[in-house]
Design a protein around this ligand. Structure first.
Ligand code: SF4
Ligand code: SF4
Length: 364
């Protein structure tokens, strides 16, 4: 019976979302068995889109509703489903594997036996999936985007609303900060794998924040504290990244050495096409001292010093993150609006549809 359930779970979770990763590797099934008990797998297979009550799972599986509630509560504690209270009733949501279940596993920043086991299983799957993934010659529609640091943007630029971090923070309630799941997963795999970047800088908004705070996976922060997190991330040279939708549920502060999103973008032939960015750096020649700080900070290796009065800029590699501009001691670099940047899809569902359409026409 378990064989059938895990095969069904594999199909359901692939449809629910896995960041386009392949599932035709044995490590996918192994990982699902580590994450879900057979009982949890059975409940996951029948979770409908959107909010649902235990009664829905009870009817679909024929199990007693109070037993189903116990299972769903355990799953919510383990980061396998989300749970919030709406209109006075406890409801649940079945999240995708990514973004969702993978990240929830490491956001607490704990080091239990289960954490180590899950880290090994997810890491093995990621490696196996990467080994069978063919990189298309042409990047597909970008599933992620970067948000430049606000103070680096040229004053007269008409900044679009969706690129203002402060705007997200001021309009979101509640806000949760969690441990960076990428850096924590790496630490669980190899305790020496530490890049020195701050760890408590992943930010979640609204429903996901509500869930993470209640289950003690993250901690609630004020809007001032949230802005401090962004400032710390900026000083450290981390890239503000998010899913490429207008409505944001999270902002990650990413390093190129550990972030799964950035690493995927940076291994494309033209990283600039693989992640949406609305701004590009502009260099003012008169103040540059060729100190090389921007070239060291650039996560995309888009800058180099090769003689001349300014660092050489590679447009194909630049992802518009503004990490160069925020670190320049002379204020030589400002971020200017990029011609042809397009408005992101409204939500995850629309984004998924656009990506699927683009992938079907990808030029391999
Ligand atoms: S950090 Fe600023 S001053 Fe230094 S090389 Fe880069 S642009 Fe020039
Ligand atoms: S040059 Fe590098 S650091 Fe600057 S915006 Fe482009 S990718 Fe970011």
């Amino acid at each position: 019976m378990n064989e059938g359930i895990y095969r069904q779970l594999g199909e359901v979770m692939a449809k629910r979302g896995l960041g386009g990763r392949p599932t035709n590797v044995p490590e996918y099934d192994t990982m699902l068995r580590v994450l879900f008990t057979p009982d949890e797998a059975e409940s996951s297979c029948v979770m409908p889109p959107g909010y649902f009550t235990p009664n829905v799972i009870s009817q679909a599986t024929g199990k007693n509703e109070s037993d189903v509630t116990i299972t769903l509560e355990k799953m919510a504690d383990k980061g396998l489903c989300m749970s919030v209270v709406r209109k006075g009733a406890r409801v649940y949501v079945g999240p995708p594997l990514m973004p969702g279940i993978f990240e929830f596993q490491f956001m607490r920043g704990t080091k239990t036996e289960r954490d180590y086991e899950i880290a090994r299983a997810i890491n093995a799957y990621r490696k196996a999936a990467a080994s069978v993934t063919v990189i298309p010659r042409r990047a597909s529609y970008p599933g992620s985007r970067v948000i430049p640091v606000q103070r680096t943007i040229k004053a007269e630029t008409s900044v679009q609303t969706f690129d203002q971090v402060r705007n997200y923070i001021e309009n979101s309630e509640p806000i949760a900060v969690t441990t960076c799941y990428c850096r924590h997963e790496a630490l669980l795999i190899d305790e020496k794998d530490i890049c020195g970047m701050p760890n408590d800088v992943c930010m979640q908004f609204r429903t996901s924040a509500e869930y993470l705070i209640e289950r003690k996976i993250g901690r609630q922060v004020s809007k001032d504290e949230a802005m401090d997190v962004m400032r710390r991330a900026e000083e450290a040279g981390l890239v503000h990244a998010c899913v490429n939708t207008q409505r944001l549920d999270f902002i990650c502060n990413c390093c190129a050495c550990h972030c799964a999103i950035l690493q995927n973008v940076l291994r494309q032939p033209r990283p600039a096409d693989a992640i949406l960015h609305a701004f590009l750096p502009s260099f003012g020649e008169e103040t540059c001292t060729l100190c090389g700080i921007c070239t060291d900070r650039c996560p995309a290796k888009a800058l180099s010093i090769n003689g001349g009065n300014l660092p050489e800029w590679n447009a194909e590699r630049c992802i518009g993150c503004a990490v160069c501009a925020s670190g320049c001691p002379e204020g030589t670099i400002v971020m200017v609006e990029r011609q042809g940047a397009f408005v992101p899809p409204a939500d995850m569902r629309t984004l998924g549809e656009v990506i699927a359409k683009e992938r079907s026409r990808a030029d391999f």
